[in-house]
Ligand binder design. Structure first.
Ligand code: ZN
Length: 417
């Protein structure tokens, strides 16, 4: 286990925070620091065809060691960390044999990781946890995934008696700003299917995610001295408020779970003359997703009609953009790729937790680019903040799942026609 700890720590101490405000790929230059190190490491453990392109996408191959034809599978993870919280100067702390009590992350600042609040901690009593020092995120999302893939490949190379087909691995920048799959060359990758190692708790296996759209709604107004405003002033902030009130009040992120979709108002800024409202629309169900977008258009029309005479032109302008779609549509026709992961977990004593993702993954975009790509646990918890932690045992279990999937692919799955 020390080997996994050392490898993981060697990754998280390198700052790879991505930046949504940058147009470049990778969005931050510092991501090259880890990318270049990973390339060297993949060569050192004996991977073939190790490549890195001008956008820092890394690919490598582990050749098949069986005589018969076997599908090519892939494992994917991302090496950037979320810009939501500081990712520089990460100082990981190792808590061996966790006793189930509060963990003082930072005595000076009184930052405590407590099972009273984060109940999942109790799943890991007796295990070795890696935490932050309370001032940064950890970066288990998704350097745990990278650690697991590299460790699994190394294990397969060192244990050639374990039979597997051709395996491709892919590491991407900028997943946290939604661009990890954008420049991923699916053709060059050349796998029949792949798995992102980017989930949380042990056992997670996900092949359904949201359909997602964003809406930018601009409200116009007319400013007039308030003392003389009767019949003249139009306050765009009040119209925006009316718009928000017409959305289903129970369908927000904080009031929904499972397969329930929502509208999420995440930005509102205005003055009398102009107010801009930004919201996102999420639903697993394609029909309901379309209905939600229609509702936005309907409310827009209604308000425009109401102000038609007084304002002369459309007082509300709505732009809706689709962001990503539910990968289920692309994965169900090749459901065996989920079944094989489920079987791999069961064979090594892990209870699969199959549930819909309330978000998207790189896998959803990759699935629509022609690489069906469910998501598997990487083991970390409380991503994107100072309470992030990962049990080393969970990372080891993810390594075992990768190895078992590789093994099962040689016997379970028919080669594509
Ligand atoms: Zn991630």
């Amino acid at each position: 286990m020390q080997h996994i700890i050392d490898r993981f720590i060697s990754y998280v101490i390198i700052d790879t925070e991505s930046d949504a405000n940058s147009e470049n790929t990778p969005s931050t230059n510092k991501q090259w620091n880890l990318a270049n190190k990973l390339v060297e490491e993949l060569k050192a453990i004996g991977m073939d065809d190790v490549s890195i392109d001008d956008k820092a996408y890394i690919m490598a191959t582990l050749p098949s060691n069986v005589d018969h034809e076997v599908p090519t599978i892939g494992f994917v993870s991302h090496f950037d960390t979320s810009p939501d919280f500081c990712g520089a100067s990460v100082k990981p702390q190792i808590i061996p044999n966790y006793d189930g009590k509060d963990i003082i992350l930072n005595a000076e600042k009184n930052i405590v990781l407590s099972p009273n609040y984060f109940k999942d901690l109790l799943l890991y009593k007796g295990q070795t946890l890696i935490t932050t020092d309370g001032t940064t995120l950890l970066g288990a999302d998704d350097k745990a995934g990278i650690t697991e893939i590299v460790t699994a490949m190394e294990y397969l190379i060192k244990n050639p008696e374990i039979k597997h087909g051709k395996i491709r691995i892919g590491f991407t920048p900028d997943e946290e700003i939604g661009r990890g799959a954008h420049h991923f060359d699916v053709e060059k990758f050349g796998a029949d299917w792949a798995y992102t190692m980017d989930g949380s708790q042990v056992g997670e296996l996900e092949y359904e995610n949201f359909n997602a759209a964003s809406a930018k709604i601009t409200f116009k107004g007319k400013s007039v001295h308030p003392g003389y405003a009767i019949g003249k002033m139009i306050n765009s902030m009040l119209i925006a408020n009316a718009f928000i009130n017409k959305l289903p009040q129970e369908e927000t992120p904080e009031k929904t779970k499972g397969y329930e979709g929502f509208f999420h108002v995440h930005h509102l800024k205005g003055s009398i003359e102009e107010t801009v409202l930004e919201l996102i629309i999420r639903d697993h169900n394609k029909k309901k997703f379309e209905k939600r977008k229609e509702l936005i258009e309907k409310i827009t029309k209604k308000i425009n009609k109401k102000f038609e005479k007084q304002f002369g032109e459309n007082i509300v302008v709505t732009e809706i953009k689709d962001q990503y779609y539910n990968m289920k549509e692309k994965v169900l026709p090749v459901k065996h790729i989920v079944d094989i992961a489920e079987k791999a977990m069961k064979e090594i004593g892990i209870k699969p937790l199959i549930k819909p993702i309330r978000g998207g993954t790189d896998g959803s975009q990759l699935s629509y680019k022609g690489l069906p790509c469910p998501n598997i646990f990487a083991g970390g918890h409380n991503f994107h903040g100072k309470y992030e932690y990962v049990p080393v045992e969970s990372m080891q279990k993810a390594v075992n799942v990768i190895v078992k999937i590789a093994e099962l692919t040689t016997k379970e799955i028919p080669v594509k026609n």
